[in-house]
Design a protein around this ligand. Structure first.
Ligand code: AMP
Length: 577
C-alpha cells in the first residue's frame, strides 16, 4: 500500500472538525486497506493515525525532537532560515516542510514513492539506532524518506516523526469506525481495548476475521500492562453510602500506583503510566518472587515508609526511587518501600469481571486480611515493621459514624484519605468510574496539565517560571483554568524547563506552546467564575504542590470536577473536614 493513499485520506480527516465525518473517512481508509492492503497494513495505519510507532501499552516513544527533524530537513536542501520562518508562521513543521517542497533538490525523477511499510519500518528501525553516530544515522534515514515523498506525504511524515499527527484522530473515533465497518457494538470493542491497550492489534484481528470473544491475544495477558481503573472525586461519604449500600472503604495511601505481573518466577512491575519500573525497586521484586503464587497480576500503592513513625515519607521519595537507574542499592537502604496491594486482576485466568468482594477474597487468601475493625491492633503493630508487601486496610460498612472514624484514623496515620469502592463492581480498566471514589479532607488539590510556559524574570530568568494550566472535558479537549508560578523549588524549575524544551511545539510572543504532557498537582484558594478563560472558571492563587511525573493527561481533572468542586464550595458539601 502506498503511503500517499493513506495521506490523502488523512488530509480529508484533518480538513473536518466533525467527529462523525472523521469517522466516516476512517471507514473509507479501512475499505481501502481491505482492497489494496493487508491486516498488517491496517495495524500500522492505526498506530500512525494516532501518532505512534509502538503499541500504546508498550509505553515507548520514537523520541525524535524537532531539532533533529530540522537538521534532516536541512540536508535535503531546504534553507534553515526559511524553514524556521515558515514554522513560526504556520505553527506546524509538517505544513512548513510541505510548503517549502519546491526547494528540495530532486535526486532522481524515477524515485519510487514510499510505501506504508517503507515509512513504518524505517521509523521502527530509527528507534533502534543507538551508540556512536546515532544522530547522523537517524538523520540519514529521515532525509531519504523525505526525499522520496511528495509534499502531502512530507506533511504527515514530519508530524509522525514528532509523534503528533494533528488530524484529530483518537482511539475512540477509530473504535467507532471499526464498529460501523465490522458491525460490532462499540461497547464491546471498548471493553477489549481497555484490556489490550493496543489499537493496532484490534485492527489486525478484525481484518483477519477472528472470533474476538475467544481470541486469546485479546484477553488480559501477563506482561502486557493494562490501564488502571480510575476513581472519581466524591464530596461526602454519605452520598457514597446512599449509592452503594455498604461500600468497601480503604485507606487511600499517599504513594504511587504499581501493577505487578508474575509468571514462571519472572516479575515485572509497571507504573501507573505503564512504564516498566522493575529495575528500580528490586526489594519489592524479590518479595514477589518469594510468593508461592504464580501466573498473577496484582495492583497496589507503593509507599515510602518512615520506620520510626510509621508515616509515609514525602511522595517525592517514591518518585526518586522510580526514576532511579543507578545507586539503587544505596537508595534501597535510605528509602524503605512498602506496597499495599488493593486488587487482583489475574490468577491463572482473568478476574476482572468478578465483583470486587470476590477479587478481594482471592487476594486475602494470598496475602492475609487487614480488616480495620477486627485486625486493628495487628495493623498498628505492623505499620512500623519492615514488611514490604501488605494488603490495604479495609472496612466494609453502611454506618457513616464508623466510616468517618476510619477516615480520620487513615489521616492520622499520615495518609491522604479513603477510597470508597462498590463491592459488587467489576474492574473496569482505563475508565474513571462511579464504582470507585476517593474522598480527601479538602478538595483543593487538582491535577492539571501544562499547556503553555513563559520564561521567568529576575532570578528566574533562565527558567520557565509561569505555566498555563488546563483541565479537560469528557472528549479530552483542554481548557486553560489558570496560570501558576509559585510552589516550585529551583531544582524543580530546572527540571521543568528541561522537560518543556523537549516537548515545545511552537513559540508565540515568547510563550512556549507545549504538548500536554506534564502534569502538576496544584492547590488554590478557591475556584472562581471567570470570563478570562473559555471554560468560565479560574483558579484563585494556584500553587504547585508537586510535579506528578507518575501521571499523564489521562489522569488530569475534568471540567466536570471543577463544576462539582465549585458547587461544593458554595456550601453544598457535607462532612468535609
Ligand atoms: P488520584 O490519584 O487522586 O486520582 O486517586 C486515586 C489513586 O489513589 C489511585 O490511582 C491509586 O494510585 C491511589 N490509591 C491509594 N490507595 C488506594 C487504595 N486503597 N485503592 C485504590 N487506589 C488507591
Amino acid at each position: 500500500m502506498l503511503f500517499k493513499d493513506v495521506c490523502d485520506i488523512f488530509y480529508k480527516i484533518e480538513s473536518t472538525t466533525k467527529r462523525l465525518e472523521k469517522m466516516d473517512y476512517f471507514v473509507e481508509l479501512i475499505r481501502l486497506t481491505k482492497e489494496k492492503g493487508s491486516a498488517e497494513d491496517l495495524k500500522k495505519i492505526c498506530y500512525i493515525a494516532i501518532g505512534r510507532v509502538f503499541a500504546e501499552y508498550e509505553n515507548k516513544e520514537l523520541g525524535i525532537g524537532p531539532n533533529l527533524l530540522i537538521e534532516a530537513v536541512k540536508t535535503i536542501g531546504i534553507n534553515e532560515k526559511k524553514l524556521l520562518n515558515s514554522i513560526k508562521e504556520t505553527g506546524d513543521i509538517g505544513v512548513a516542510v510541505e510548503k517549502l517542497s519546491s526547494e528540495i533538490k530532486q535526486v532522481s525523477l524515477f524515485q519510487t514513492p514510499p510505501t506504508l511499510d517503507d515509512v513504518y519500518d524505517t521509523l521502527k528501525k530509527i528507534s533502534e539506532i543507538e551508540g556512536t553516530n546515532s544522530q547522523k544515522k537517524k538523520i540519514r534515514h529521515i532525509s531519504s524518506l523525505l526525499l522520496k515523498s511528495s509534499p502531502i506525504e512530507r506533511r504527515y511524515l514530519a508530524r509522525l516523526i514528532l509523534e503528533d499527527m494533528r488530524i484529530g484522530m483518537s482511539v475512540p473515533t477509530i473504535l467507532s469506525a471499526f464498529s460501523v465497518y465490522f458491525n460490532i457494538p462499540k461497547e464491546k470493542l471498548e471493553k477489549i481495548y481497555a484490556v489490550v491497550n493496543d489499537i493496532g492489534l484490534i485492527a489486525e484481528k478484525l481484518m483477519l476475521n477472528v472470533d474476538i470473544d475467544k481470541d486469546e491475544d485479546l484477553k488480559l495477558r501477563i506482561f502486557r500492562p493494562i490501564k488502571p481503573m480510575l476513581a472519581q472525586l466524591i464530596s461526602s461519604i454519605d452520598d457514597a453510602i446512599i449509592e452503594m449500600g455498604a461500600p468497601q472503604f480503604e485507606t487511600k495511601y499517599d504513594g504511587a500506583r504499581v501493577q505487578i505481573h508474575k509468571k514462571d518466577e519472572n516479575v515485572k512491575i509497571y507504573s501507573r503510566k505503564l512504564e516498566d519500573i522493575t529495575n528500580s525497586i528490586p526489594e519489592i521484586v524479590e518479595e514477589v518472587k518469594n510468593m508461592e503464587e504464580d501466573n498473577i497480576i496484582v495492583e497496589g500503592e507503593c509507599v515510602a515508609i518512615d520506620l520510626k513513625t510509621g508515616h509515609p515519607r514525602p511522595f517525592q521519595d517514591i518518585l526518586r526511587r522510580f526514576r532511579r537507574k543507578y545507586d539503587i542499592d544505596k537508595m534501597k537502604e535510605e528509602i524503605n518501600l512498602r506496597v499495599y496491594l488493593f486488587d487482583i486482576l489475574y490468577y491463572n485466568e482473568s478476574l476482572i469481571d468478578l465483583p470486587l468482594k470476590e477479587r478481594r477474597k482471592i487476594l486475602e487468601n494470598i496475602i492475609g486480611t487487614n480488616d480495620w475493625e477486627r485486625d486493628k491492633a495487628k495493623i498498628e503493630n505492623e505499620i512500623k515493621s519492615k514488611k514490604k508487601i501488605d494488603i490495604s486496610y479495609k472496612l466494609t460498612t453502611d454506618n457513616l459514624e464508623k466510616a468517618m472514624e476510619f477516615y480520620k484514623w487513615s489521616l492520622n496515620i499520615g495518609h491522604e484519605g479513603i477510597m470508597i469502592k462498590n463491592p459488587n463492581a467489576p474492574y473496569t480498566p482505563g475508565s474513571r468510574v462511579r464504582t470507585m471514589y476517593k474522598f480527601k479532607p479538602t478538595l483543593e488539590s487538582l491535577d492539571v496539565v501544562i499547556t503553555r510556559a513563559k520564561m521567568g524574570m529576575g532570578k528566574r530568568k533562565d527558567w520557565y517560571g509561569s505555566f498555563e494550566i488546563s483541565v479537560k472535558d469528557e472528549e479530552g479537549n483542554l481548557y486553560p483554568i489558570g496560570h501558576v508560578g509559585s510552589g516550585l523549588t529551583e531544582e524543580e524549575l530546572g527540571r521543568l524547563t528541561e522537560m518543556i524544551e523537549s516537548i515545545k511545539i511552537n513559540e508565540i510572543d515568547g510563550e512556549a506552546i507545549v504538548e500536554p504532557k506534564i502534569v502538576l498537582e496544584v492547590s488554590y484558594e478557591e475556584i472562581q467564575e471567570s470570563d478570562k478563560y473559555e471554560c468560565g472558571y479560574a483558579l484563585r492563587f494556584p500553587r504547585v504542590v508537586r510535579i506528578r511525573e507518575d501521571k499523564s493527561i489521562d489522569d488530569i481533572n475534568t471540567l466536570e470536577d471543577i463544576k462539582r468542586i465549585f458547587a461544593i464550595q458554595k456550601g453544598k458539601g457535607k462532612n468535609k473536614k
